[in-house]
Design a protein around this ligand. Structure first.
Ligand code: PLP
Length: 631
């Protein structure tokens, strides 16, 4: 269990059972467990083969309740005299089923939604039909028609707040409000002066993309006053960046925001809401530290700091406590999705075997070149005392082999022998290193260079884009055979034809490690790995590299009578679909190929049976999954 740090990053939702399978505890309690391997087998029996994203809706529900609880507790502790409202930024995962669930599960707490673009607004406006009192916050760049839609939605009765992110948007709002004679609710985003730290530090600070400078805010106040609309300014907002790893950043940002809120309130603005943006982190590596993939605080601490800072400022300035709004996306959605994929095969560099007697390694009869003799010598002389020396000798000899080969002075056969000798030497040195208490620095990288590559049936670009784009660490581990000690170390390679399609950063007790402990593959037996905490940003940021499309997605729920059931199935893209996204006229592809087959038969290049086999293959694959399918 500790090998993969499950109890650190997975608590309370993931664990391991006595059968050595990963279990999911969707409501956070140990009483109700779902065996993930059993689910995967169940899906396979329903023709839903890996790769598959499994969404545990109950985890989503639990996360929303946890967020509410954390703020409720902080509100009680600080004697705060108003409420908390989360608005879910749908950019985190715009899939209808996800947004609908967030909306449904957030109903008890009156949670709302956030849109960052016109299409997102269209989705949100329709969704909020039956509960117009629930809040909609509109961020992002806005043009006239975006603002017009917001103003009309206000007329429709929605509680909708466009947040002015740059000064020009004010004019658009004033114009559309006058046109439709609406008194809109207006929000304003401030540019925080402190830049913060971490991967998303540019979301704040004076060079940040969004938000108004203080001088612009003052101008905005004057302009609203002139239009007798200062009471319409109801919300101030900031976004201090995503995945805030250091709680000090939260404290600084909220403090600054609260002071701006207080000043504007005292100037006569009709402020009711203070919107602290997103940023609540996810502890991807479970270390609980100030690392990019972690956070040095808990959700409770976050809520407590937010509420405490706002309370203090409001009390000091003697103003009413506003509704606290947060736009926590990652922390809401990340935990509920798991990507499961199967391993297709592996390659290993420590498989090369060499005989202890030189003449048994080569029987070709030619004289062995000096670098090969040196390599053999290095191999044979390995001892604890001479580890580094032998390694350096082997490195140098290999370099000489390559030089000779490139000058045409060495045969391919000798180069093959040198390869075997070199890797066998490295393997032997690594094996001795494993018995040592401390490994010499020069040999530090050997474990990684000798690690296996496990080829896995998924696309990083489609399913874990942040792993490629920003080196995000996700917990990855086998979902079964966990009662067995893994005997291999591997990096993960996906099935795209892109050498960037690799994962070489894994969760570890110390910051990150470059290989993953995995089990030896067994013939005719599937081996499944899963990437966890992938519910935020990954699905919709993913792309169609090599035309690997959306994976299958299933929603698994706890059943009232025990066990689990499948609530929703969304089949992954077929080849037909991804080709049509690329503007292929799919209806023409098959007949085109058919004509070619006919020609081949007529000209005697193919039998009729072969041509039929080709047609059947083509038709089946057009409708098939874009990933490799198990038999
Ligand atoms: N609000 C705004 C304005 C954002 O830009 C973002 C994303 O960066 C979020 C909310 C969501 O942030 P997070 O997912 O870190 O909570």
């Amino acid at each position: 269990l500790e090998l993969y740090q499950v109890s650190a990053w997975g608590r309370p939702y993931f664990g391991i059972n006595a059968a050595g399978h990963v279990v999911v505890r969707p409501d956070g309690s140990e009483e109700r467990e779902i065996d993930l391997h059993e689910v995967v087998k169940g899906l396979q029996a329903r023709d839903l083969t890996a790769p598959v994203v499994i969404r545990f809706s109950d985890i989503l529900r639990h996360r929303l309740a946890r967020l509410h609880q954390a703020f409720a507790q902080a509100i009680a502790e600080n004697d705060y005299r108003n409420r908390y409202c989360a608005v879910f930024p749908i950019k985190v995962n715009q899939q209808r089923l996800v947004v609908e669930e967030v909306y449904r599960y957030g109903e008890d707490f009156d949670f709302g939604l956030e849109a960052g673009s016109k299409p997102e607004l269209l989705a949100v406006m329709a969704l909020t039909e039956d509960s117009p009192h629930r809040m909609i916050v509109c961020n992002g760049f806005k043009d006239d028609s975006y603002i017009e839609a917001v103003i009309l939605a206000t007329k429709l009765g929605r509680t909708i707040i466009p947040v002015i992110e740059n000064f020009q948007e004010l004019d658009l709002i004033l114009r559309q409000a006058a046109k439709y004679q609406v008194r809109p609710r207006i929000g304003v985003r401030i540019k925080l002066t402190s830049e913060g730290a971490g991967r998303w530090r540019d979301s704040a600070g004076e060079k940040s993309k969004f938000g108004l400078f203080v001088s612009e805010i003052l101008e905005l106040v004057e302009s609203l006053k002139r239009h007798d609309m200062l009471d319409c300014l109801e919300l101030v907002h900031c976004h201090p960046g995503s995945q805030l790893q250091d709680i000090r950043r939260v404290k600084d940002a909220i403090n600054e925001l609260a002071h701006v809120y207080a000043e504007l309130k005292l100037m006569g603005a009709g402020l009711k809401y203070i919107d602290v943006g997103g940023g609540l982190g996810v502890d991807y590596d479970g270390s609980g530290t100030n690392f990019a993939s972690s956070m040095n605080y808990t959700m409770n601490e976050y809520a407590s700091d937010v509420v405490y800072r706002i309370t203090n400022v409001c009390n000091a300035r003697n103003i009413d406590h506003p509704v606290i709004v947060s736009e926590s996306g990652r922390a809401t959605a990340a935990h509920h999705s798991v990507l499961v994929f199967n391993v297709l095969g592996s390659s290993a560099l420590d498989q090369f075997r060499v005989s202890e007697r030189l003449e048994e390694n080569y029987t070709g009869g030619q004289e062995l070149p000096q670098p090969i003799l040196d390599l053999f010598e290095a191999y044979r002389s390995i001892s604890q005392r001479r580890l580094v020396e032998c390694y350096h000798d082997a490195l140098q000899a290999r370099e000489q082999v390559l030089q000779m080969f490139n000058l045409g002075l060495m045969s391919l056969e000798f180069r093959g022998l040198a390869e075997r000798l070199y890797w066998a030497t490295c393997t032997r040195i690594r094996d001795v290193c494993r018995t040592l208490d401390s490994v010499p620095e020069a040999l530090d990288g050997l474990e990684v260079s000798l690690s296996d590559t496990y080829f896995c049936n998924f696309s990083i670009f489609q399913s874990l884009p942040d792993s490629w784009a920003i080196d995000q660490v996700f917990p990855i581990m086998p979902i079964h055979r966990l009662q067995e000690k893994p005997s291999r170390n591997a990096v993960i390679a996906d099935i795209t034809c892109d050498s960037d399609g690799k994962i070489g950063r894994f969760v570890s007790q110390r910051e990150v490690k470059r290989t993953l402990e995995v089990h030896e593959l067994r013939p005719d037996e599937e081996y499944y790995l899963a990437a966890f905490l992938v519910g935020a940003y990954q699905e919709t940021l993913g792309d169609l590299h090599n035309l690997f499309g959306d994976t299958h997605v299933v929603h698994i729920r706890l059943h009232d009578e025990g066990g689990w059931w499948i609530e929703e199935i969304v089949k992954g893209d077929s080849a037909r679909e991804v080709l049509s996204y690329m503007q292929y006229d799919v209806e023409r592809l098959f007949p085109q190929l058919g004509r070619d087959c006919e020609r081949a038969v007529r000209e005697g290049r193919m039998t009729l049976a072969e041509s039929q086999a080709m047609r059947r293959f083509y038709e089946r694959e057009l409708n098939g999954y874009t990933y490799l399918e198990q038999d």
